[in-house]
Unconditional design. Structure first.
Length: 286
């Protein structure tokens, strides 16, 4: 039986009376090559722990279980739990957790799995309605993993990997690139999902950096600068940063000068290193 075949999904829906939920972003993968690409690009080793977000009926889970020592799959939809018991019943190294990933302490799951793993890989074909909150939660919580290999809406992937000076470059690019190196694995067309989403997808591999590429005096001030700068992206930095942390226009001017950044530039032209330099100068004035 091919678990990923559209006929299998139809059969499961019929036997369990299962209805795909649009609001939970349930677009199930039906292409073995893409499933393989996700799992292979995650670089899972035989001693690794895998945390999967949103297993659906378990197509990626089964594949990952072949490579990993253990897989913990976090699925919000309780209607999928009996289905996963059937489809993953013969996989001794898989545990399914019926929870909302946004309300889950992933590090606690990792800790509860014990010490006997050489690495931790997060994987998943994400529900598109909450892609950004999931990624930011994992990164801000300091998830104790080596990498996050995930499929998402192509437009979000484009924003995450965007370079300064491009239209897609924004607060999300800077935030993710602060924590990770970003690598595009593969673009995925709509027609490999049931049901077909309206958008194309991309698989990204985010490798979490142990040592960040920039040093921040204060992470909150850095993110305030990034947020304020892109919040009013048409404005110059001099105007868009005024007011953050109660800093005056003159204060922003001095910080920009000390950081060697032209005050007439806009946030979308600053690279990560420049944002770090600027926020460190602002922090030193507070
Ligand atoms: N991995 C399966 C596949 O590739 O066929 C399913 C992917 S589907 C795009 C997204 C999955 O995430 C669904 O199974 C959905 O129920 C689940 N999901 C949605 N919101 C979730 C949340 N907050 N926490 C955990 N799982 C969630």
């Amino acid at each position: 039986m091919k678990l990923y075949a559209p006929s299998t999904i139809r059969d499961i829906k019929e036997r369990y009376g299962f209805k795909l939920s649009k609001s939970l972003g349930q677009n199930f993968l039906t292409d073995k090559n893409i499933i393989d690409r996700i799992v292979e690009s995650a670089g899972i080793g035989p001693e690794d722990l895998v945390i999967e977000i949103g297993p659906g009926i378990g197509v990626i889970t089964r594949e990952a279980a072949e490579y990993a020592k253990k897989v913990v799959a976090v699925e919000i939809d309780s209607n999928l739990i009996p289905i996963l018991e059937e489809t993953l019943g013969d996989c001794d190294n898989v545990e399914v957790v019926n929870r909302d990933i946004l309300k889950t302490d992933v590090n606690e799951i990792i800790r509860n799995c014990g010490e006997n793993f050489s690495g931790v890989k997060v994987i998943g074909n994400l529900p598109y309605y909450i892609t950004t909150p999931i990624i930011m939660k994992l990164l801000e919580d300091g998830v104790n993993a080596d990498s996050i290999t995930i499929m998402m809406q192509k437009e979000v992937a484009d924003r995450i990997k965007a370079a300064p000076g491009t239209k897609a470059y924004g607060a999300l690019s800077v935030a993710v690139q602060y924590y990770c190196t970003v690598e595009a694995v593969v673009n995925v067309p709509k027609d490999v999902f049931v049901p077909q989403p309206k958008v194309d997808s991309t698989v990204l591999r985010l490798r979490i950096m142990e040592e960040k590429s920039v040093e921040l005096a204060d992470r909150d001030v850095f993110f305030s600068c990034v947020k304020a700068g892109f919040g009013q992206r048409r404005k110059t930095l001099l105007n868009s940063l005024m007011g953050i942390e109660n800093i005056t226009k003159e204060g922003v001017r001095q910080a920009l000068e000390a950081a060697g950044i032209d005050p007439s530039r806009r946030a979308e032209t600053l690279n990560l290193e420049e944002f770090a330099r600027l926020s460190n100068e602002i922090y030193s004035m507070l």
